[in-house]
Structure formats: C-alpha cells, structure tokens
Write a protein that binds this ligand. Structure first.
Ligand code: FA5
Length: 340
C-alpha cells in the first residue's frame, strides 16, 4: 500500500506547488479527489479486494483521501495568498515618486506692468482710481476742452453705442481726470489704469482695444518742473538705471502747455540705435499742465489750483521694457509668449 500512497501523494505534492490560480487548482483537485479522480478509482477497487483485507484497504483509501485533501487545502491557501500579494503589488503606490508636474501660469505682462505702475506711484503718494469704459462724450471730450467742432476729436476715432450720439467707448483714460475732480476736493494725486478703445486697424503698434494709464496731480503752485521730476522718477523706477526726460512741445486740448515726453533710449543709453531710430530718445508719454478750461469745467478755480496730467499706453511701456516688437502678442494667448 505504501507504493500506492507514493504513486498518488508524491506527484500531488509536486503539482500543487506549481499551480498559480484557482482554475489550475480545480483541475488538480478533480484529478485527485474528484469523481473520476485517482482516489475515486481506488475506492472502486475496495469491493474487489478479498474480504479479510477489505477493511484495512478501505481505511487506507480513506486516510489517503484525507491526506490528499489536506495537501490540496494547503495548496489552495498558498494560491490565494499569492493572488492577494499580486493584487496588492498592482495597486501599490510609491508615494515618494515625484507627482505629475502641472504647468504654473504666469501673471500676464500687461497685469504685471499695471502692478508695477501702481507700486511706483503708490510709493509717491498717488491714489488708484478707476473709471467706466462706457463713457459720455462730455466726460471723454467736452469737459476736456474738446468741443464737438474741435478737430482733435477726429484724432481719436471713436466707437459709438448704437442709437446714442453721446455714449461712447472711452478713447483714453483722461475722462477719469474729470470724474475724479468732480467728486474730490483738491489737492489730489491719482493714477488710473484701464482699457480704452479706438477705431484703429490692428498692427504691430496699434490695437482697437488697448490699455492706458492716466496720472493727475492738482495742488497750489504746480509747475512743469514738478511734472518733469515726477516723470523722471517714474521712468527711472520702471526702466531702471537713471533715466533722462525730454519734453517736446505738443498739443492736447486739455493741457497747456502740452508735451510729448521722450525718455533717453534704454537700449543704447542715448547714443542712437535702431530702436530709437538713431535719435537717442524714445517717445513715451503725453503730458502737460491741466488746461484752465478743464479746471473751470469741474468747478475748480484756476487762479487757486494748478496741476499736471500725463497719459501713456501700457502696452507701449511694456513693449519697451521687455523688448516686444509686436503688440498683438499680448492678446494671442500663445503659451510661449505668456511664459516669458
Ligand atoms: C492720449 O490719449 C492722451 N489722453 C494722453 C494725455 C494724457 C496727454 C494727459 C496729456 C495729458 P494719445 O492719443 O497720444 O494721447 O495716446 C497715448 C498713448 O496711447 C500713445 O502714446 C500710445 O502709446 C497709446 N496708443 C494710442 N493709440 C493706440 C492704439 N490704437 N493701440 C495701442 N496703443 C495706442
């Protein structure tokens, strides 16, 4: 009987170690203890054994079956354990691995520029105010000494709101001067950034919607010297270095005297290059002393109060600072440009 046991148990032990899943286990189980398995075959033999040995053989087969079942049971546990480990390995997360990198956005250069302007003028005691983008022609033109017949109105070709001949998209930030003076007692110092609109064809230096900022300072005994020093301070802080300012007489109806303000070229230090077209100077701002008519229009006494005002394109100063040659880049949303 020992050789029968060996013939069955030994191969079972060998095979059970190799199984990898429940299906293989089931095949092995039926091979040994199933209805047509090795041990069932032996059971069928019991009847054929001589009666005096039958009992002993029956007990042997029963024990053999129990032994085979125990081996199978143990094998099944091992397979289950193996499968569990595999599953755990699959769902295992290495928390020390670096995470998927997200691209971090950047503040848009125009926003950065507005913030820089805020910071510089705040440090000089200026308050920040905002005005509406939809404006009356009175605030945008008339109050700024530019009546309807005035040719300077044509210089800022305008978008009118449909059906209204006195409501427009503001063409500059200068109407904020008017709104501020109407509701503030002098002295005052304000800066006002914002979007403005003109019927200009888009090109490298023009856009129908762009940004400006306005500055206004009202006090007693204000002179062009104060204006020049303020602009020098701003341009030095904004562009760095020590900037020089050139005032060239110019005309804006709401200032007298009026100037185009140039800054010495930050690319060549004033020697002359292709950016400044060999002149050593770059045009940067419109400015002047507030016209007495504007002061009268807002109820200020021009004998008592004077002031200066200035305004520039935010795109323009950002283009100069960052060396951007085409204004349209600001609005294209090209990630390579925005990550500048
Ligand atoms: C004005 O708008 C005056 N309000 C500035 C001013 C304020 C003068 C206070 C005196 C006192 P001007 O039309 O030149 O001025 O425009 C100012 C700046 O806006 C220009 O120098 C330019 O940088 C920018 N600009 C004008 N048109 C466009 C446009 N279509 N696209 C982009 N920037 C523009």
């Amino acid at each position: 009987m020992n050789d029968i046991r060996e013939r069955i148990i030994e191969p079972l032990k060998g095979e059970i170690d190799k199984i990898k899943n429940i299906q293989e286990f089931q095949v092995l189980k039926s091979k040994y203890v199933g209805k047509k398995g090795e041990i069932s075959k032996l059971m069928k033999e019991i009847g054929k054994i001589e009666p005096e040995k039958r009992k002993e053989f029956g007990a042997f087969v029963n024990n053999l079956k129990k032994e085979a079942e125990a081996i199978l049971e143990e094998g099944l546990e091992k397979v289950k354990q193996h499968l569990k480990e595999m599953e755990e390995k699959k769902s295992w997360v290495d928390i020390t691995l670096p995470g998927a990198k997200r691209k971090i956005g950047y503040e848009h250069i125009l926003k950065q520029t507005i913030r820089d302007v805020y910071e510089i003028f705040s440090s000089m005691g200026y308050k920040i105010v905002e005005g509406p983008e939809i404006e009356t022609t009175w605030h945008n033109f008339d109050a700024l000494n530019t009546p309807e017949w005035h040719p300077a109105r044509d210089m800022q070709d305008t978008f009118y709101i449909e059906g209204k001949d006195n409501i427009i998209l503001r063409t500059h930030t200068s109407p904020v001067q008017v709104r501020t003076m109407l509701n503030t007692e002098p002295p005052l110092a304000i800066i006002s950034p914002g979007r403005v609109y003109r019927k200009d064809e888009p090109d490298a230096t023009h856009s129908p919607a762009f940004n400006q900022f306005e500055g206004l300072y009202i006090d007693k005994n204000v002179t062009v010297g104060h204006l020049k020093a303020t602009l020098e301070q701003f341009l030095t802080m904004y562009f760095g270095g020590s900037r020089k300012v050139l005032l060239r007489p110019s005309y804006f109806p709401f200032v007298e005297p009026g100037y185009e303000v140039d800054v010495d070229c930050m690319f060549c230090g004033g020697k002359g290059c292709n950016v400044c077209k060999g002149t050593g100077w770059i045009e940067i701002l419109g400015a002047g002393l507030v016209h007495p008519n504007v002061l009268k229009n807002v109820g200020y006494d021009p004998e008592k109060w004077q002031g200066f005002a200035f305004g520039t394109g935010i795109e323009r100063i950002a283009m100069l600072k960052y060396g951007i040659s085409d204004m349209r880049e600001f609005y294209r949303n090209d990630m390579r440009f925005l990550g500048l």
